[in-house]
Design a protein around this ligand. Sequence first.
Ligand code: HEM
Ligand code: ISQ
Length: 154
Amino acid sequence: MGFTEKQEALVKDSWEIMKQNIPQLSLRFFSLILEIAPAAKNMFSFLKDSDEIPHNNPKLKAHAVKVFKMTCESAVQLREKGEVVVGETTLKYLGSVHLQKGVIDPHFEVVKEALLRTVKEAMGEKWSEDVKEAWGEAYDQLAAAIKAEMHAEA
Ligand code: HEM
Ligand code: ISQ
């Protein structure tokens, strides 16, 4: 089944709410990734010199926001075109960054879980199975595009 207008709206509307609190959102997202997969810690440069998650690291914030934004864009494209198209250079770049950092396919499930839990916590009562499905699908399609690029390059 294709991605519906309603699903696109669910993703966009929840992101509008979430982006009002970027500092907390990005920290929570990152913390959840490490909570689910503590070993992932070593891959991120934000943690190079400390054991604690930095509370005001601009790079961490910017990257976390980008993951959410790209997932949103993915939702829009899924509805418009039925597939996710990431700019050629962006995709190549992201493929090589993740490959170089040692990211492997199962890690994408970790980030998905963390992303969905972040959305859930941020949405409170507005969270629903439909919201979960919509974000999950948008993320899966985006992840597939990045993974394909990683495989092509490896
Ligand atoms: C870096 C997005 C999945 C680990 C980045 C950057 C972006 C990004 C935008 C910043 C690149 C730069 O400007 O340097 C995404 C998206 C994902 C995804 C959209 C899924 C759809 C993953 C997964 C992992 C991961 C599954 C593994 C846990 C990393 C690491 C970096 C990175 C280690 C480098 C951060 C640093 O130390 O500077 N990602 N990512 N990413 N990502 Fe992801
Ligand atoms: C990079 N890639 C995936 C998820 C992330 C979460 C926080 C900061 C950077 C990230």
